[in-house]
Design a protein around this ligand. Structure first.
Ligand SMILES: Nc1nc2c(ncn2[C@@H]2O[C@H](COP(=O)(O)OP(=O)(O)OP(=O)(O)O)[C@@H](O)[C@H]2O)c(=O)[nH]1
Ligand SMILES: [Mg+2]
Length: 230
């Protein structure tokens, strides 16, 4: 299975002569991985992003089946290419997710906000992504999908739901093992976690999510450069 591109790619966009001045424009390429349980709406989101940003529209929702492996899609923004890797969410496929962690610049976790029965499973998997050491410093966005459905939990309910789930997990661990010190990095990660509501089906909130990614990958690159120059 193909792995994401190297950590940071520079693509030559064009070279031109303008009034005797050689102009070279580069586009920088960032990899974004899309994770979440099967059925959360990851592929629907990727195809909607393609439709909104590319000349060639993405697949219609009724042409999308469960993902066995990965799907890839690219969009071009000012001086930037975002390359999305949509990974299958079925239990057996989740074990390959970590292979993409080294090379990604942002992580999007898609949650089905209307499927209350699978919320616990969703939090379990989300928590393992949020706490993964390899991507602790990588921007992470939680998307509460299917906001078009009247049964969907709101962004606020989703955020609180995860916090409550995590607290009860901590309490159970404390009862079993005594006082545990929570990972400081993990706590910071949760405190700064952004949650946005979208409907991948209708496209609501999708541009706002892509704007968030665009800004965050640029900011984390600048931070990396500052750290390197220290
Ligand atoms: N109502 C509603 N349904 C959605 C939305 N997004 C996706 N769906 C539906 O949810 C189902 C699963 O969507 P997929 O995009 O295949 O889900 P996935 O996360 O890619 O699933 P896997 O590939 O198995 O990991 C499909 O029936 C979609 O039409 C949404 O925003 N609203
Ligand atoms: Mg899929």
């Amino acid at each position: 299975m193909a792995k994401p591109e190297p950590r940071l790619g520079w693509c030559l966009q064009y070279v031109s002569f303008d009034q005797g001045v050689l102009r070279i424009l580069y586009e920088e390429e960032f990899s974004v991985i899309i994770l979440g349980l099967d059925g959360a709406g990851k592929t629907t989101l990727l195809e909607k992003i393609k439709t909104l940003y590319n000349d060639t529209p993405g697949l219609a929702p009724d042409k999308i089946g469960p993902t066995v492996g990965q799907n890839m899609g690219k969009i071009t923004l000012p001086s930037t290419i975002l390359q999305f890797w949509d990974l299958g969410g079925q239990r057996g496929i989740r074990s390959i997710w970590h292979r993409y962690y080294d090379d990604c610049h942002a992580v999007v976790f898609v949650l089905d906000a209307q499927d209350r029965e699978r919320l616990g499973e969703g939090w379990e998997v989300f928590d393992s992504v949020l706490s993964s050491p390899k991507i602790l410093g990588v921007p992470l966005l939680l998307l509460a999908n299917k906001q078009d459905s009247p049964q969907s939990l709101s962004v606020e309910e989703i955020r609180n739901g995860y916090e409550e789930w995590y607290q009860s997990k901590q309490d159970a661990a404390r009862r079993q093992y005594g006082d545990e010190i929570e990972l400081e990095q993990r706590r910071d990660r949760f405190a700064s976690l952004d949650v946005m509501g979208i409907s991948a089906l209708e496209g609501t909130g999708v541009r706002a999510a892509v704007d968030w990614l665009f800004i965050r990958v640029q900011n984390s690159r600048r931070r990396d450069e500052r750290d390197d120059g220290r």
